[in-house]
Design a protein around this ligand. Structure first.
Ligand code: ATR
Length: 278
């Protein structure tokens, strides 16, 4: 058990709900191994209380925070500055308190790319189908195009996919929408290498697949950003297709956040083990 004393620094995650979060275990293990006198806790913040919570970071001298659902966008105007990446994505998942100046970052997209790279997948030149056009999709699409991937975006509400695509065109022209209900969609999809589910379909065990199983082939790698085995990942595995779940993205967004806060390289494998604890 970590010794807490009068000099212990506080880091936290702010979200609603947040009690399921594995970030405290991951970061506390890293602090412990590196011998840093710090403690990471979860605060469940009612949506109307976000402004007070962010202000209290300054008053209490909380050194850093992760921001999760549903606050990643709403937090932006409450900060003193945000990184170019967080601004371009339109969401913040990491805050660093620099002596009373709150700086926002987004480590979700880079975390996702890091999880691909540790699976020996280099996004450069890769054709990728991203399912979903919400907040998580924005961070992932942004990082993929910055890495030189060619991205197709599909979404239940195609209007949102078109909007996202138009916003991201300023960073790369290698981006287009794809309606998976079109008759030609199957041919296009058969030609992509990576399929990434960023929709919430799969959070519940009896959710339908976000894409028809008949569209999946052995040439694909199927990723989900949800960190358990979703129906999509189960079906892909059953078909003999390589899969990657969201645990790598969760790990690496945390690793990058830790580096931002401390300037130190955390013990990645020990952090990964914490995510495996049920
Ligand atoms: P997040 O921050 O996790 O990305 P979000 O911004 O609420 O969450 O986005 C959720 C995504 O899941 C959206 O792309 C949403 O599609 P719509 O834009 O059409 O709402 C998608 N999604 C949620 N429920 C879905 C469902 N039942 N079928 C298909 N897509 C769904």
């Amino acid at each position: 058990m970590k010794k807490i004393d009068a000099n212990t620094d506080i880091y936290c995650i702010l979200g609603y709900p947040v009690r399921h979060s594995k970030s405290p275990m991951m970061h506390n293990k890293a602090f412990e191994i590196l011998g840093i006198n710090a403690c990471y806790v979860a605060f469940e913040i009612r949506p109307g209380d976000l402004g007070d919570a962010i202000k209290s970071m300054k008053a209490l001298g909380i050194k850093g925070a992760n921001i999760t659902i549903p606050f990643k966008e709403d937090v932006i105007p409450l900060l003193d500055s945000i990184s170019d990446e967080a601004r371009d994505i339109g969401a913040v998942n990491t805050i660093k308190n620099d002596d009373g100046i709150l700086r926002g970052f987004n480590t979700d997209g880079v975390g996702f790319v890091a999880s691909l790279k540790e699976n020996l997948i280099n996004p450069k030149g890769l054709k990728v189908l991203v399912l979903g056009a919400g907040g998580a999709s924005r961070a992932i699409v942004y990082s993929l195009i910055k890495e030189g991937a060619h991205v197709y975006i599909s979404n239940r509400t195609m209007q949102k996919a078109i909007l996202l695509c138009n916003q991201m065109r300023q960073f790369s022209t290698s981006i287009q929408t794809l309606d998976i209900n079109d008759i030609t969609a199957k041919d296009t999809i058969s030609d992509v290498s990576l399929i990434v589910n960023t929709t919430s379909l799969g959070l519940k065990p009896d959710d339908p697949l976000p894409i028809p199983a008949t569209y999946l082939g052995k040439q694909h790698i199927v990723c989900d950003i949800i960190y358990k085995k979703t129906p999509l990942l189960k079906e892909a595995s059953r078909l003999g297709i390589k899969t990657i779940d969201g645990s790598g993205m969760l790990l690496h967004q945390g690793v990058i956040a830790f580096e931002i806060w401390t300037g130190l390289q955390p013990p990645v494998e020990e952090m990964r083990k914490q995510l495996e604890v049920v």
